[in-house]
Design a protein. Structure first.
Length: 137
């Protein structure tokens, strides 16, 4: 499938191989993000296993640039006030997502997280500096 906006092919576009040999008899698992989002609930305390959607709120005096700390989360997607911040994954080097000031507002703001694996700590925290992982190889 080709996306009309990017012109790039999506998904698997050639045989899957391991050390040059084609892998067979494997399956992919569809993740129904809409179904997960339909079960959107308030943030819970403690560890949460499995696919879930969490919602929380935070208050600001004025719109501000922020960095969302994802270090204790598994793998998923994060939104602030409906603005898509990006994907996060505990296996990746990046541990924060940038929240631009125009995506926030004075007063109450909403954060939504679609978690696909496991949250070690169901807490949304903002930090003062980005954590992009190792800067040298």
């Amino acid at each position: 499938m080709v996306d009309h906006r990017l012109g790039e092919t999506k998904g698997l576009i050639s045989p899957v191989t391991l050390d040059g040999s084609a892998l067979t008899e494997w399956t992919g698992t569809l993740v129904d993000v809409e179904r997960i989002a339909a079960g959107l609930g308030a943030a819970a305390s403690g560890s949460i296993a499995g696919r879930t959607a969490l919602r929380g709120a935070f208050t600001l005096d004025a719109p501000a640039d922020l960095y969302l700390d994802t270090a204790s989360w598994g793998k998923g997607f994060a939104f602030v006030n409906g603005f898509f911040l990006g994907r996060y994954w505990a296996n990746g080097p990046q541990r924060t997502l940038y929240v631009p000031a125009p995506a926030t507002r004075a007063g109450e703001n909403e954060i939504v997280v679609l978690e696909l694996e496991q949250v070690a700590k169901a807490v949304a925290a903002f930090v003062s500096d980005p954590d992009l992982g190792h800067r040298e190889e």
